[in-house]
Design a protein around this ligand. Structure first.
Ligand code: SF4
Length: 232
């Protein structure tokens, strides 16, 4: 049902845009960064871009049922009350689409080396990896949405283990059992942390009609930093 080629995943706009996003991530105002720091950040971005080995896995399965705190699919199970409740608002939720996307192990290797020399460079490279892998996941999410639409499904936003009420460890284990990410050289530690570090796993729901893309509208966690006020 889902066929996505690596060319569909646009990693970044340009180095300047990436630099601004990284400054934001590390708490610097892009306007007040000195020329020297700006050039150091640019060098690290270049180093990071050269090290990226983007890989991803996508697999869909049929939703076989859902209860109060569980979404059941063939070979995968999502333990989340909030997301299970969201399925009650959808018309014919039928598809779970799981994915893992990674920037590869080179970023981790370079960061380990940089940590031996100073604190700033690995801090920036870590922020670079976080910004880039989220962007890559955004593009993959959008591409999956397009593919689902071609199959006459609307879709939810992506949701990941460790967010809302879905446990990190049980969620990562469920996705990894289903996707077997060894083929893209990703593994899950017993803590639920993924290796390489700059990897994102997530699930999306496909249904005939999806009035609400996230459970935020029905959620009482008013101060949640991930709350989406808009239904998009
Ligand atoms: S507000 Fe936060 S916890 Fe609640 S559904 Fe939205 S993202 Fe999840």
């Amino acid at each position: 049902m889902i066929h996505i080629s690596p060319e569909d995943i646009k990693l970044y706009d340009d180095v300047e845009t990436l630099s601004s996003l990284i400054c934001e991530q590390i708490g610097y105002s892009p306007d007040s960064v000195s020329e020297q720091i700006h050039s150091r950040i640019t060098d690290i971005i270049q180093k990071g871009l050269n090290a990226v080995e983007l890989e991803f896995l996508v697999r869909t399965t049929a939703i076989t049922g859902w209860e109060k705190a569980n979404i059941d699919g063939t070979c995968v199970n999502i333990e989340s009350k909030k997301w299970a409740n969201l399925l009650n608002t959808m018309e014919s939720p039928e598809v779970l689409c799981c994915f893992i996307i990674t920037l590869g192990k080179q970023i981790d290797i370079i960061n380990k080396e940089l940590r031996k020399k100073n604190l700033f460079d690995p801090f920036v490279l870590d922020a670079f990896g976080s910004v880039l892998v989220e962007k890559a996941a955004d593009h993959l999410e959008a591409s999956i949405g397009i593919q689902l639409k071609k199959n006459n499904y609307e879709c939810s936003r992506r949701f990941s283990p460790g967010y809302c009420d879905w446990g990190l460890k049980s969620g990562q284990e469920a996705i990894c059992r289903f996707l077997a990410p060894g083929k893209i050289r990703v593994r899950c530690l017993t803590t639920g942390t993924m290796v390489p570090a700059k990897s994102v796993s997530a699930v999306m729901v496909g249904a005939k009609c999806v009035p609400w893309k996230t459970p935020c509208r029905f959620c009482r966690e008013i101060k949640c930093p991930y709350r989406r006020e808009k239904n998009e």
